[in-house]
Design a protein around this ligand. Structure first.
Ligand code: SAH
Length: 387
């Protein structure tokens, strides 16, 4: 049986949920070169991006019709991560702009793109994709010189750009990440969310309240910062994980991996105190919660706000025929895809050595649950305009 290495046998008083500064350094997706890299395991997030195409098109067209821009448009991709998704939206936006200006008989603006993510992000992985990207836009007939790409490392819960200079922000699958796990959960004598790593259907009201208030603070800070940076009439298209109704369900990845971690505590593979003090810095709001926060913050008018359901099967690579896939293989592949997102955070708190075991068990758990439930994510999609 696997035993805990001495370096991981930490006294519980030394364990805390991650303080804000270290979140900025710890949170990143798995980098290039690994089998479990985000670049190779982000099919699900690509499908989320494709699910927002219509809203993206409406929003860019509205921007081109209503705002005054001279010869250039500044567009930002927030939480771009590494891999092909980072450039997918840029490709789409450039296509929509060129089509629209042609129909308006106007000259195409120069598109200045800023790719943003946290400091630990593998920006080099994106830069290496640029020659191929430029070739693809050239093949489509776009002027390569009309799209200039920059990187802006930094925390989107705060300012990234000067006042009134950005026309459009886009962000997909990023804003469910909080700036930190709620501090109150680990401030007292006893951790408040013992035995869980996230909100579950049995969480006490105080745990829900702490998570919601953290999301509220973060999202308001995000909206305020973007509103300062946007030109008047500038807009944002955002999509991130949400939940259908007030209750948290069993088919939530945080709940499922929490069950696996608990099993591993029972078998002595993970310290109970590490689990009791760990809280995922993630929150999936309902549509009503998001609407309430946007209205309270007051800088934006909501153009569109809706939810879409996306199956967990969307984690599977496109070339796989889902209908004939064995449930165990399916669980393994889905676990691998989630590993690309969760590993750096879990590895920091529970130790790198345990990651293979954790995600192998997680795959098994997913396949068991899939036998009895259709697992789906709720994604919130919105288009909002600066007032
Ligand atoms: N948009 C990409 C990546 C989604 S993964 C896609 O759709 O595939 C989420 C990304 O958000 C990660 O790369 C993570 O580092 C980034 N992120 C999370 N919190 C952030 C913050 N506060 N500031 C900037 N980026 C953040």
């Amino acid at each position: 049986m696997y035993t805990l290495p001495p370096s991981r046998q930490i006294k519980w008083h030394s364990i805390r949920s991650l303080p804000p500064m270290s979140m900025e350094q710890v949170l990143h997706m798995n980098g290039e070169g690994e089998e479990t890299s985000y670049a190779k395991n982000s099919t699900f997030q690509r499908k989320v991006i494709l699910g927002t195409e219509l809203i993206l098109e409406e929003s860019i067209k509205r921007l081109l019709h209503q705002t005054t821009y001279k010869s250039n448009l500044k567009v930002v991709e927030l939480g771009c991560s590494s891999g092909p998704n980072a450039l997918l939206v840029v490709y789409k936006i450039l296509g929509i702009i060129n089509e629209t200006v042609m129909s308006l008989n106007r000259e195409a603006p120069i598109l200045q793109v800023y790719l943003n993510d946290l400091f630990g992000n593998d920006f080099n992985g994106i830069f290496k994709l640029l020659p191929d990207f430029y070739q693809r836009i050239q093949e489509r007939g776009d002027n390569v010189g009309s799209c200039l790409i920059n990187a802006t490392p930094g925390n989107f819960y705060g300012r990234l750009f000067p006042n009134n200079c950005i026309h459009f922000f886009h962000s997909s699958s990023s804003l469910h990440w909080l700036s930190q796990a709620p501090e109150e959960l680990t401030m007292g004598e006893e951790p408040l969310n013992k035995g869980h790593i996230h909100l579950t259907y049995t969480s006490p009201a105080i745990v829900y309240k702490s998570y919601f208030e953290q999301f509220q603070r973060d999202f308001k800070l995000f909206l305020g910062s973007r509103s300062d940076e946007l030109i008047l009439g500038g807009s944002m298209v955002l999509s991130f994980l949400g939940r259908k109704n007030a209750l948290f369900e069993i088919g939530d990845s945080g709940v499922l991996i929490g069950i696996v971690l608990n099993d591993m505590v029972l078998e002595g593979l993970i310290e109970k105190t590490s689990l009791d003090c760990f809280n995922m810095p993630l929150y999936c709001p309902t549509m009503e919660e998001v609407k309430q926060i946007i209205e309270e913050e007051g800088s934006f008018t909501i153009q569109t706000l809706k939810t879409i359901q996306i199956s967990w099967n969307s984690h599977l690579p496109d070339d796989i025929d889902v209908s004939i896939l064995d449930n165990k293989v399916r669980g393994d592949l889905i676990s691998k895809s989630l590993r690309a997102v969760m590993e750096p955070l879990f590895s920091f708190s529970f130790g790198k050595d345990i990651m293979h075991e954790l995600f192998t068990r997680f795959g098994r758990k997913i396949s068991q649950i899939m036998e009895i439930e259709t697992l789906q994510y709720t994604n919130l999609i919105m288009s909002i305009t600066k007032r």
